[in-house]
Design a protein around this ligand. Structure first.
Ligand SMILES: Nc1ncnc2c1ncn2[C@@H]1O[C@H](COP(=O)(O)OP(=O)(O)OP(=O)(O)O)[C@@H](O)[C@H]1O
Ligand SMILES: Nc1ccn([C@@H]2O[C@H](COP(=O)(O)O)[C@@H](O)[C@H]2O)c(=O)n1
Length: 695
């Protein structure tokens, strides 16, 4: 996960490959609650591991459920069998509506029937999300619920015992959020032991597919709800939660929407395969695929997979009632930017009471990209966008905002099929406009990218696994300089702050020298050492370097290896042999490369080149400290002589000698802390970026 203040996405060009979706949030939290209320143990496979499931799991544990995860990642959850194990608890539910609503219903009923006192709270936004319809329904039933802040909003206090009136139907509004009905359906079997319990929906029920999931899962746990249309639901007397034993959580269909859109926009050569949802999916959001098809996507499907590729291009603008796909519909607003006409999304009032007011947030952020957007109380109209602006996208602590806006990074694609589009614009000036658009692909900045943790912690990593950018669009920062100037340390810090990949090019020369030395190759024989370099089987894991099956990290860092590296690095053939290996590190979302010739030879087009120096005395002192801290004895004068000899060889060799690139920024960190030099470099980098000041 990218735990950084912002993540810059360079212009992206294409998508292909296979995505395995994380487990569905809606299914995961329903299953957890049902398993928690059941008797016996449920083995939950493919459970979503995210912020929202974490708060549900923590609550169930507090309430006395037993949780164990086995080696295969399967959760074994032993429920409380409908009998309270603890009568007092304070539960923190973050911003998880799928935890707050059903736990409110279940604990209100358990407190009423068995006695107890429970407090349910969340993050500040959760305390702005209405829950009055559920609270009203439960109070009418006889539950004691106090709103501890504003009336109709969490935090809530649930107390009991209190008598319940089960003879009358429980009435609940269905036109604000279907989660209130879901909460009642999941919890009321607790009190349907002696008599039928009837729920009547007041008003038109929205988001019916989510109720469909609830009913299907209740059935898996032994509760057969009888349904009359979408207005009346009966939980039969004698209902009891029974664990199904094993249960597999299907992939998240709302999360699939980003990859379906990705296929529609960018899978022009081969389809993008999405595994985890398909025709057999329980989730209503799987119907997002139909909306994508209406916009031009070509979709093939099996029971639990989809394959999506680009059909119409530009996409087609649509006018759609999105009541059946409320969460996934947000993705359509981004697809609309790539369409040939306006897209209108209707019946999306529920967006206003989600993690944020999504209607307003979506309109605001689309406008930052340059889009023309109209917003109504329950609708949104988005015009196609051709003249994109580089924008910092505020994500409002809303995972879906972050994931949706990643799709804006394909803004350079619209002119890829210029001849096709030019047909609509025979004017040569329009043709020139198209070409300009192509050249003006802009990056997109996603603020607070870790908000995706709510449902899809590895979203950006997964995205980077199936998309490609032109190499020249992937940003590079180079840090060159003499031995022990702090290049590696600075590169690590800068890369960490930006979420970028790191290339420690010195380690490649070191590994090559080490492998040649071990193979008894003459280090003065450039061609022979280059042959070793061309066949190195290196891998980099968690800051360690592996040669074949061996972790060579310690050997690499020895001073003797550094000296051998500088010896072999003087051979042009060795440099040529290692060149492609270094270029291959230019990966999404960007690269920080440290060495001697990163800015001069390997990445001459780097967006920022830093030449890092420090006095020889300072460098010798730092290296001395570094070695001593690792328990390696060293002599400071000897170290200074070694590093000066190495510098002299690196500077004076004919092939890629060490010197600052003409456009490098010079940084002498002799008197600077690591933090100060890091901030200096990040400030220089910010000056090269096209984004307005972060808000
Ligand atoms: N600005 C700084 N202030 C104090 N110490 C620093 C600073 N920068 C780096 N150091 C320390 O100096 C030592 C050498 O740094 P580092 O290994 O990053 O240098 P390098 O240039 O990458 O070396 P090499 O050329 O051998 O790869 C480390 O112990 C590091 O913590
Ligand atoms: N881009 C580079 C990087 C390194 N070298 C040579 O390797 C030696 C070891 O490098 P460290 O950064 O790990 O100390 C170094 O002395 C150089 O001779 C290089 O040539 N080009």
């Amino acid at each position: 996960m990218f735990k950084i203040p912002f993540l810059d996405l360079p212009p992206l060009r294409s998508a292909a490959g296979t995505v395995r979706l994380p487990g569905s949030k809606s299914i995961s939290n329903r299953v957890l609650l049902l398993a928690g209320l059941s008797e016996g143990t449920t083995a939950v496979h493919d459970l979503l591991d995210s912020d929202d499931t974490a708060v549900m799991l923590a609550s169930l544990k507090t309430l006395g459920c037993q949780l164990k995860t086995d080696h295969a990642g399967v959760l074994h959850l032993t429920g409380i069998g409908g009998r309270l194990q603890t009568r007092q608890a304070q539960l923190f539910l973050g911003n998880a509506g799928t935890a707050m609503r059903p736990l409110t219903a279940a604990l209100a009923l358990l407190a009423a029937t068995q006695g107890g006192e429970f407090e349910l709270s969340g993050v500040p936004r959760m305390h702005e999300r209405p829950i009055a319809d559920l609270v009203d329904a439960l109070r009418l039933l006889g539950c004691q619920i106090e709103c501890l802040g504003n009336e109709g909003y969490p935090p809530l206090k649930l107390t009991g015992p209190s008598p319940l009136k089960l003879d009358e139907p429980v009435k609940v509004r269905g036109d604000v959020s279907s989660q209130f009905l879901t909460a009642l359906l999941l919890a009321l079997p607790l009190v349907a032991t002696q008599q039928d319990v009837v729920i009547e929906v007041v008003g038109e029920l929205i988001s019916k597919p989510y109720i469909h999931i609830t009913l299907a899962l209740l059935e898996r746990f032994g509760i057969q709800v009888q349904r009359e249309g979408w207005q009346r639901f009966t939980i039969p007397a004698g209902s009891r939660y029974r664990s199904p034993g094993d249960l597999h959580v299907e992939g998240d269909a709302s999360s699939a929407s980003y990859f379906i859109a990705l296929g529609a926009i960018a899978a022009s050569d081969e389809p993008l395969r999405i595994e985890g949802v398909g025709q057999a999916s329980l989730q209503g959001d799987v119907r997002f695929a139909e909306a994508a098809q209406a916009m031009g996507a070509i979709v093939a499907s099996g029971p639990n997979w989809l394959e999506v590729r680009r059909g119409a291009w530009p996409l087609r603008g649509i006018d759609l009632d999105c009541n059946h796909i409320p969460d996934a519909a947000m993705t359509l607003a981004l697809m609309a930017l790539y369409a040939d006409g306006p897209t209108t999304l209707r019946n999306i009032a529920s967006w206003r009471v989600k993690e944020t007011d999504r209607l307003s947030a979506m309109a605001t952020e689309l406008r930052k990209l340059g889009a023309e957007v109209e917003e109504g109380p329950d609708w949104l109209r988005v015009q196609p966008l051709r003249d994109w602006r580089a924008a910092s996208i505020h994500t409002y602590d809303d995972h879906r905002m972050a994931m949706c806006f990643s799709l804006a990074a394909f803004n350079g694609l619209l002119s890829d099929r210029s001849p096709q589009r030019v047909k609509h614009h025979p004017d040569p000036a329009a043709i020139r406009g198209e070409l300009q658009t192509k050249d003006r692909a802009v990056p997109v900045r996603i603020l607070d990218p870790q908000c995706v943790a709510k449902t899809f912690p590895d979203y950006f990593e997964t995205l980077f696994g199936v998309v490609e950018a032109r190499s020249e669009d992937i940003p590079v920062i180079t840090i060159d300089g003499p031995t022990a100037s702090g290049k590696g340390t600075l590169a690590d810090q800068v890369a960490h702050a930006l979420g970028y990949v790191i290339l420690d090019s010195g380690s490649l020369y070191r590994a090559c020298a080490l492998a040649a030395h071990r193979g008894e190759v003459d280090l003065d024989d450039g061609e022979a050492v280059a042959a070793v370099g061309a066949n190195l089987n290196l891998s980099f894991k968690n800051g360690h370097v592996w040669l074949d099956e061996e972790d060579i990290s310690e050997d690499l860092r020895r001073e003797a290896t550094g000296l051998m590296a500088s010896q072999v690095a003087a051979h042009p053939a060795v440099r040529a042999a290692l060149n492609q290996l270094q270029l291959d590190f230019r990966r999404l979302p960007g690269l920080v490369a440290d060495g001697r010739d990163m800015g001069t030879d390997v990445f001459p087009d780097a967006g920022l080149k830093v030449f890092l120096t420090a006095s020889a005395a300072t460098r010798a002192e730092r290296r001395h400290k570094q070695l001593i801290s690792k328990g390696i004895s060293a002599n400071i004068e000897g170290l200074r002589q070694d590093l000066e000899a190495r510098d002299a060889r690196d500077k004076n060799r004919a092939a890629s000698p060490l010197h600052p690139a003409a456009d490098a920024k010079m940084l002498d960190n002799s008197a600077q802390s690591i933090e100060e030099s890091t901030q200096r470099v990040l400030a220089w980098w910010a000056q090269t970026r096209p984004f307005a000041v972060q808000r």
